[in-house]
Design a protein around this ligand. Structure first.
Ligand code: NAD
Length: 332
């Protein structure tokens, strides 16, 4: 029996979280689901978008399944996601991008993984006004966090049978900060002689990913580059509605979709839960429930390939409920 925290979040969050929980239950994995709260709704109700009780619940659980949470741009409270990653030291963001037959996109055989450093870079949140009209944001890179993420990438590559890790950086211009990131990756690479290592400058990596994504296997990079390029790789396999993610630290792991709260369709039963169900697949693999993970993943692929129960964003007319039921039925 696993203790799993679920955070419904805002907008379509409760709808997609509910769908993912039902699929995990139907896969036959015994979970003790514990509800915890975060996001705009929680802020409005309690004055705190990320209560300490939620952080404690996540720390005490085997894993957490999180719905999207709303953040206002420019003003208001700090992003729940950024705060959660830093407070729980969820230092690795794991974003696989794998084509799903039936989802139209530029390529039909993409299979790569982006590993993003999750705790520093420009997301350190250290900003100040120098003089009125001029602000400064600090981009923190440390050897400790860079070696830690590189080690995570190589360990994951080894576990998943990946052949090559590419460090993506801008060390030609940002000689100190990205120079340190690249050197840290090189240092760790020396301990993994079974896995190839190379590097690529971030702008060239963006172009190469669009022209021919097959030349990459696993990519590791700092926070901002990872934020942008992992959305790019999502776009190669059908977009944010279908791509999962995991935020992993030494003491906690949070699995969430990469899309937002979709306020335009919230509460209408139209949301596509694929991204969160796929995130639940990553959670099952993290828990060691390989068979259940395969069963759910195959069911998603079957339902999408059949094409009769697709949600609106994938060109179908099914709602969240019909699609979820189709996945559960496909698991047999
Ligand atoms: P969004 O991802 O919420 O929506 C972009 C578009 O994609 C909308 O048209 C939406 O309807 C559609 N869409 C997104 N997910 C969908 C799904 N599962 N099924 C069907 N359609 C889907 O992005 P946004 O509008 O830029 O952001 C809205 C809010 O979400 C903001 O407050 C933002 O801060 C927040 N957000 C949260 C997270 C997170 O918690 N991980 C991530 C991104 C954005």
């Amino acid at each position: 029996m696993y203790n799993i925290v679920y955070i419904p979040g805002d907008g379509i969050g409760p709808e997609v979280v509910n769908a993912a929980m039902r699929v995990v239950d139907a896969a036959g994995v015994a979970c003790n689901w514990q509800e915890a709260h975060a996001g705009l709704g929680t802020f409005e109700a309690t004055g705190d978008p990320l209560p300490e009780a939620t952080l404690d619940a996540i720390r005490g659980a085997h894993a957490t399944l999180k719905g999207p949470t709303a953040t206002a741009s420019g003003v208001g409270f700090r992003s729940v996601n950024v705060a959660m990653r830093q407070k729980l030291q969820l230092y690795a963001n794991f974003r696989p991008a794998r084509s799903i037959p039936g989802i139209k996109s530029r390529y039909d055989d993409v299979d790569l993984i982006v590993i993003r450093e999750n705790t520093e870079g420009l997301y350190s949140g250290i900003e100040h006004t120098v003089v009125p009209g001029v602000v400064e944001s600090l981009r923190i890179i440390s050897s400790k966090a860079s070696e830690r993420i590189a080690k995570f990438a190589f360990d994951t590559a080894r576990r998943q049978g990946r052949k090559r890790v590419t460090c993506v950086h801008k060390a030609n211009i940002l000689k100190l900060s990205d120079g340190l990131f690249l050197e840290s990756c090189k240092k760790i690479a020396a301990d993994y002689s079974d896995i190839e290592f190379d590097d690529c400058i971030v702008d060239a990596a963006a172009m190469k990913l669009v022209i021919d994504p097959h030349q990459f296997d696993m990519l590791v990079m700092e926070n901002l580059f990872g934020d942008i390029l992992s959305d790019l790789t999502s776009g190669l396999v059908g977009g944010l509605g279908v791509t999962p993610s995991a935020n992993v630290g030494d003491d906690a792991a949070v699995f969430e979709a990469v899309h937002g709260t979709a306020p335009d369709i919230a509460g209408k039963g139209l949301a596509n839960p694929t991204a969160l169900v796929q995130s639940a697949v990553l959670m099952l693999r993290f828990l060691g429930e390989k068979e259940a993970a395969d069963r759910v993943e195959n069911a998603i692929r079957q339902v999408i390939a059949e094409g009769t129960s697709l949600t609106g964003d994938l060109g179908g007319s099914a709602g969240t409920e019909d699609y979820t039921k189709a996945i559960i039925a496909a698991m047999g």
